[in-house]
Design a protein around this ligand. Structure first.
Ligand code: IPM
Ligand code: MG
Length: 357
């Protein structure tokens, strides 16, 4: 039976970059190496435009019926004034929650060819290879109660709830331990246990899960220190595991160490390794439609999809190599442009990867 992939370009540059990633899948399909069917559906602002909500019923149904989802990016200034429930972000958060995609893997890998694109000194980032494992369906993003209320005196208050159940912490920490076992066997759990009870529990549960992974060296770090250490000496980290909001923040920070947020893919997995794959950058409305967005993060997301959900690691390896070769040739989109390189647009970059395959 064919593998089913739902393609959700979303908004802004999501449309351009997804198109390049789809070409890679089509290439493998044409050459008979991947038996795959692709269906496209609107999400985010595009979902709102098509069906009046950011996660249309048909889009959700398609996501549920698919083996994997390729997601572009969502959001744009034209949607910012909508009610919170109708904003594009709700499409993404809805997919994560509805599909129980609790494990978000965000690798921060520095391609040696791009060492100069980082704002940090090359010796600090050379060879960087960190995996951030972010809990994605719990914590303050989803905790109840939440809202904005007016009290008796007429003053308004906004509130959210940061809550984690033991089971939620246990399952995400096991994903992180499993990944650490396949790497350098070092796991750093990031929390705020000096202030937050929820972090105190988090730490306890992670330590407990760790008893099943005696080979993994487990350490703990407060999130403020982790942010500092990431820019001070990032190579001290192998795998990091953390709650939803800390992971959101630290993964942007880690991404920038590699020079461009336009290079980094991500996977969001459920308990059976069904997953949604997306570049970690956003919809970049300022450059949308100009043909200059970097498609490599999305192309590398396809590689992650082949590896984690579709059981085609050999094709994933090929894509990783092809991206390296294209960088070796000096092709650069504007976000990673450097002296002596050749500046190319989205399509040219996509075609160059395809040519290497
Ligand atoms: C991310 C994004 C999302 C998040 C937004 C778009 C809802 O920043 O995937 O990191 O906060 O999770
Ligand atoms: Mg983010």
């Amino acid at each position: 039976m064919s593998l089913k992939i739902a393609v959700m370009p979303g908004d802004g540059i999501g449309i351009e970059i997804t198109a390049e990633a789809v070409k890679i899948l089509q290439h493998y399909k044409r050459s008979g190496r991947l038996d795959v069917e692709m269906d496209e559906a609107p999400v985010g602002g595009a979902g709102y435009d098509a069906a009046g909500k950011p996660l249309p019923d048909e889009t959700l149904a398609l996501a549920k019926a698919s083996d994997a989802i390729l997601f572009g990016a969502i959001g744009g200034p034209e949607y910012d004034s909508l009610a919170r429930e109708l904003r594009p972000e709700k499409g993404l958060l809805g997919l994560r929650a509805e599909l129980d995609l609790f494990a978000n893997l965000r690798p921060a890998i520095l391609y040696p060819q791009l060492a100069d694109a980082s704002s940090l000194k090359p010796e600090i980032v050379a060879g960087l290879d960190i995996m951030i494992v972010r809990e994605l369906t719990g914590g303050i993003y989803f905790g109840q109660p939440r809202g904005i209320e007016t009290d008796a005196s007429g003053e308004r208050k906004g509130f959210n709830t940061l809550v984690y159940k033991e089971g939620e912490v246990d399952r995400i920490s096991r994903v992180a331990f499993d990944i650490a076992m396949k790497r350098d066997k070092r796991l750093c759990s990031v929390d705020k246990a000096n202030v937050l009870e929820v972090s105190e529990l988090w730490r306890e549960v992670v330590i407990n899960a760790g008893k099943d992974y005696p080979e993994v060296e487990l350490s703990h770090m407060y999130v403020d220190n982790a942010a500092m250490q990431l820019v001070k000496w990032p190579k001290q980290f192998d795998v990091m595991v953390t709650k939803n909001m800390f992971g959101d923040i630290l993964s942007d920070c880690a991404a920038m160490l590699t020079g461009s947020i336009g290079m980094l893919p991500s996977a969001s997995l459920d308990a059976d390794s069904k997953g949604m794959y997306e570049p970690i950058h956003g919809s970049a409305p300022d450059i949308a439609g100009k043909g200059v967005a970097n498609p490599l993060a999305t192309i590398l997301s396809v590689a992650m999809m082949l590896r984690y959900s579709l059981d085609h690691a050999e094709l994933a390896d090929e894509i990783d190599v092809a991206v390296g070769r294209v960088l070796d040739k000096g092709l650069r989109t504007p976000d990673i442009m450097a002296e002596g390189c050749k500046e190319v647009g989205t399509i040219e970059m996509g075609e160059a990867v395809l040519a290497e395959l």
